[in-house]
Design a binder for this molecule. Structure first.
Ligand SMILES: [Zn+2]
Length: 483
């Protein structure tokens, strides 16, 4: 077969089964060959690529090949090699000669180790190794791929031979990685703290729950973020180490090991140079947590929530420990902009007046379906001296608190709620307040607008709703007061 003028050949979904031995087409101009999605293609002869010296793009994805033909490894012009979904491919000879390779996709193959020669592919920009169970890889190998921009990987083992070795070349790298084991995860985070990368989206998930590949990909749709998802894990025996530059932390469906009452007791940072700014902390369906932060440990000292805190269906009693240090509550919460709580049925009050006073950047509060919630802001308890039990009833007076940036306050479906705040809460930027299905909440006691001309109050069968009157807008609503 001789077709010197052929440049591109598309044989995708062509029901090919095998290519007979001795087949060696002469296609000196061929730059692209797509053989993907031939689900029964199980053999390509060793000499097949001998006369395709210009081949740049080769797609063998979703075929049944068990080994790659030897002639493939001499394709010196090859820039893209796609082998995704070759479920029977368990061994790949050295890739060392494919020096021009830019993109290599080995996802969903049967390999268990990174192919030999990978470290010399210095032009490699994209490497897909997800999901591959039992994959082993070393830090020293990764740090040699200095042009890597996109890495998708599923690590069973991460060898720590050179984790402390700093590299300048990984600043362009975006990593998507999945881990099943806390210590392997922690070792990789250690590597991250010494090797600055552009972004990472890491998932730590118990192996027995790791069956749904699609949901994993969906959970990582965002790009260019530094995000960690911890899912279906029992935490406590070994702390999970977080990178100091983490932006988003999502914790779903986790169970606390015995003896740990707070979130901060199971997390730590890889380094403590400066406060770590978490733009999103989302906790969902976790059990046995009494509070999130103790405000009295190295993790709490180093954390700053700068965006949204979202808690859903967690058996949480308080956001912070009753003994929380006020200064560190301020560091933690003073940059929070959005607070959303849904279905936390053990909470009787969302926060104390002290914590409320620290929420100076808060823009929205949404508290929904917390069946035991009696007050949005509860009483401050004096734990400054003496025995807690004696002083439990010794409530401090309620100070006047201003939330200068609060624009929206939503309290829904809380049948026990009878007070927003027993002190005075000034909300000069408030635009929307709504309280629906909060039958105990009395209108006169809870909301007075100082110059309510711009506010419309709507009484509905289920509650009260105040909104800015769009027909008669006020240029600046000076004060909206709960007392
Ligand atoms: Zn703590």
């Amino acid at each position: 077969m001789e077709r010197r003028d052929l440049q591109k050949v598309f044989l995708t979904r062509n029901n090919m089964q095998t290519i007979p031995n001795g087949t060696c087409p002469k296609c000196s101009q061929l730059s692209m060959l797509l053989l993907d999605c031939n689900a029964f293609l199980n053999h390509i002869p060793d000499e097949f690529f001998n006369n395709m010296p210009a081949l740049k793009v080769l797609d063998l994805s979703d075929t049944m090949i068990e080994r790659l033909p030897t002639s493939l490894f001499n394709l010196k012009c090859l820039t893209v090699l796609l082998l995704s979904g070759c479920a029977k491919l368990s061994y790949i000879p050295s890739l060392g000669k494919l020096k021009r390779l830019i993109s290599l996709d080995l996802s969903s193959t049967a390999i268990t180790e990174a192919p030999t020669g990978l470290e010399s592919l210095v032009n490699l920009r994209c490497l897909h190794l997800l999901p591959i169970e039992k994959l082993k890889m070393s830090a020293s190998l990764l740090s040699k791929l200095i042009n890597l921009e996109c890495l998708e990987v599923d690590w069973a083992e991460w060898s720590t031979d050179a984790r402390g070795q700093g590299t300048r070349g990984l600043k362009k790298l975006e990593v998507v990685a999945h881990f099943r084991d806390i210590s392997v995860f922690n070792n990789f985070v250690s590597f991250l703290t010494h090797n600055c990368v552009r972004s990472y989206r890491l998932t730590l998930q118990d192996a027995k729950y790791y069956v749904d590949r699609c949901s994993f990909h969906q959970s990582h749709r965002e790009y260019s973020v530094k995000k960690i998802l911890i899912k279906d894990m029992v935490l406590g025996s070994e702390k999970v180490i977080l990178p100091g530059d983490i932006e988003k932390l999502v914790i779903k469906n986790y169970r606390q090991g015995t003896g740990n009452r707070s979130l901060c007791s199971v997390l730590s940072y890889g380094h403590n140079n400066k406060p770590s700014q978490t733009e999103l902390l989302e906790i969902n369906l976790s059990s046995d947590l009494q509070f999130l932060y103790c405000c009295n440990c190295p993790f709490c000292f180093s954390t700053q929530l700068v965006g949204c805190l979202k808690i859903t269906a967690v058996k949480l009693k308080d956001l912070v420990s009753p003994y929380a240090d006020s200064l560190h509550q301020s560091t933690l919460f003073s940059h929070l902009t959005d607070l959303s709580i849904w279905g936390c049925n053990s909470m009787e009050a969302l926060m104390t007046p002290k914590l409320l006073a620290h929420l100076q950047n808060l823009r929205t509060i949404s508290v929904v379906a917390c069946r035991q919630m009696k007050e949005m802001v509860g009483a401050e308890e004096d734990h400054s001296s003496g025995d807690l039990m004696v002083l439990l009833c010794n409530h401090l007076p309620h100070p006047t608190v201003t939330l200068p940036k609060l624009t929206s306050l939503k309290l829904h479906s809380m049948p026990q709620l009878d007070f927003v705040y027993r002190g005075t809460m000034l909300c000069p930027s408030l635009q929307t307040f709504s309280a629906m299905y909060c039958e105990q909440l009395n209108h006169p006691q809870m909301a007075i607008s100082n110059d309510g001309g711009g506010l419309l109050m709507e009484k509905t069968p289920t509650g009260y709703c105040w909104r800015i009157n769009i027909d008669q807008p006020v240029p600046y609503l000076t004060s909206f007061k709960f007392c």
